[in-house]
Design a protein around this ligand. Structure first.
Ligand SMILES: CC(C)(COP(=O)(O)OP(=O)(O)OC[C@H]1O[C@@H](n2cnc3c(N)ncnc32)[C@H](O)[C@@H]1OP(=O)(O)O)[C@@H](O)C(=O)NCCC(=O)NCCS
Length: 165
């Protein structure tokens, strides 16, 4: 029998309280800064949560060794306005911690986000996504309209779109 923790009962909620929003920011620091090596300023200088709608993913962490079950934050996503067109919602800072990847939390977060975008009356979604995630976004119905990468935060990105929501 293995003693490693397992993760179950994934959930996505709208993050509305300061505590929930802080958990979203903590997940982003864990993934983007600590794991992927982006500069800490990416998060510490980010002020966009003030105007964003945020979602938080949680899981129950089941520690067989200690016989404990704890609900922990494991993922996040946010909706931002698009400066050039207020009928567009911007998908931003999608992250799932490495321990719980492959459990469809990324997909669940995008689905919750899309419901929120539609509820807000938007007609389209744009995301500036890292180039290596192209197949992830394409599988979720996003398309690259200009098949050319550009450098953002030091790595190649595409603009992905989902229109006619
Ligand atoms: C991208 C990310 C959010 C995916 O989260 P996840 O919970 O592991 O993804 P899911 O389990 O919901 O996977 C959904 C689908 O995407 C695929 N997928 C998952 N990660 C992928 C990746 N890195 N590249 C390509 N496809 C991927 C899965 O195989 C699955 O496809 P399937 O339907 O054919 O089985 C997660 O890997 C992550 O946080 N990465 C680091 C941060 C990051 O890069 N964020 C995006 C910035 S643009």
């Amino acid at each position: 029998m293995t003693n490693t923790p397992s993760y179950q009962n994934p959930k996505v909620i709208l993050a509305t309280t300061p505590e929930e929003k802080k958990k979203c920011a903590d997940v982003r620091v864990k993934v983007f800064v600590e794991e992927l090596g982006y500069p800490p300023e990416l998060e510490s200088l980010d002020t966009m949560d003030a105007i964003a709608t945020l979602w938080l993913a949680t899981c129950e962490k089941v520690d067989i060794k200690n016989n404990t079950i704890t609900t922990i934050p494991v993922g996040t996503i946010r909706m931002l306005p698009y400066d050039e067109d207020d009928t567009v919602g911007v998908l931003s800072r999608l992250a799932v911690v490495s321990e719980t990847r492959g459990m469809r939390l990324g997909q669940k977060l995008v689905e919750a986000f899309e419901d929120g975008v539609k509820d807000a009356g938007k007609k389209a979604i744009m995301v500036q996504g890292v180039a290596e995630k192209r197949s992830f976004y394409e599988a979720l119905g996003y398309t690259v309209e200009m098949d050319e990468t550009y450098i953002k935060d030091g790595s190649p990105h595409y603009k992905f779109w989902k229109r006619n929501l």
